[in-house]
Design a protein around this ligand. Sequence first.
Ligand SMILES: Nc1ncnc2c1ncn2[C@@H]1O[C@H](COP(=O)(O)OP(=O)(O)OP(=O)(O)O)[C@@H](O)[C@H]1O
Ligand SMILES: [Mg+2]
Length: 367
Amino acid sequence: MTATSSGTDQLLRPHAEQAYATELARLATVDDRPRPTNWKLSPWAVVTYLVGGTLPDGFEVSTKYVGNRRLIEVAVATLATDRALLLLGVPGTAKSWVSEHLAAAISGDSTLLVQGTAGTPEEAVRYGWNYARLLAEGPSTAALVASPIMTAMAEGRIARLEELTRIPSDVQDALITVLSEKTLPIPELNTEVQAERGFNLIATANDRDRGVNELSSALRRRFNTVVLPLPDSYEDEVRIVAGRVADLGRSLELPPADRAADEIRRVVTIFRELRSGVTTDGRTSLKSPSGTLSTAEAISVITNGIALATHFGDGTLRAADVAAGIVGSVVKDPVADQVVWKEYLEAVVRQRPDWKDFYRASREVSG
Ligand SMILES: Nc1ncnc2c1ncn2[C@@H]1O[C@H](COP(=O)(O)OP(=O)(O)OP(=O)(O)O)[C@@H](O)[C@H]1O
Ligand SMILES: [Mg+2]
């Protein structure tokens, strides 16, 4: 279906279960702990896949989620119960990333996905019809178009629902029966789909733009919520950015840029200082800009910088390649954020002797 003649290396973005097929297979061979019905791995192995570790045979499992192991344990334990999992957090805290890897590790399939938007119809949560067949034959199983959630129920797999709070409330409510009765009635055929063991749902929601469509309390009660925080420490955040930049660089066919590590440290420093409203040395307090300055944005600032350095520079990532990206992330509101950025530039950046290159480059882009 998705595989090409040359396998997955031609794909711009392979699914987690494709990209990490070797790790998943190695984990499955050493995993001798009990697996819930229809789970490909035991809960212990799923957590190891997410947080990384060394297997008894010496094989290294890479770290997908950098952060508190306990959060991942709670998430995995939840999925082994009859309650669904809600991953909540500010933008760019790896909610979608964790959801994809959990589904890949538990069901071997992260593709049973519903993307929540203001226009998500009920069919995306329940089922729709192939209208040509429906008109020709009337309602029949063959004319039914199952939603990813219906498929997950029938096959005992994990379904994913992105951006739950963007979905209109009446459509959200269609989930209540699914989650509490574990069944999806199909009145047109006078039948129902009952969930197999192994079925569960991982939803993600952003607590920044929560206001869109609040979760009803009836629905909220059916979820265990795990809040994914911004990275605790500077070192963790540098590690996340460096790791993802290396992965993305490979799939975008960008060569590893020289000196990327220095620019990564600088971007993370700037983002953390502006987010927390104080410089690293604790001496200068700062105003915070309106944007989130998420880890995800730091990753894209560096990746864009590497593309600039590769295609228009000499392959060395320099301040000038990241300056425009940083200013773009910080200045979301052209008036208020511009003031915040100018102050930071003069009061902090200018005072750091080894940041002269960056000060000059930023002055050029912010005018
Ligand atoms: N703690 C973390 N560990 C590993 N990767 C992280 C972490 N935090 C952020 N990332 C990286 O940040 C990127 C963005 O994550 P993701 O898209 O999952 O964010 P999100 O929480 O779903 O954001 P949004 O609310 O905008 O949808 C991913 O590439 C992910 O690897
Ligand atoms: Mg997301």
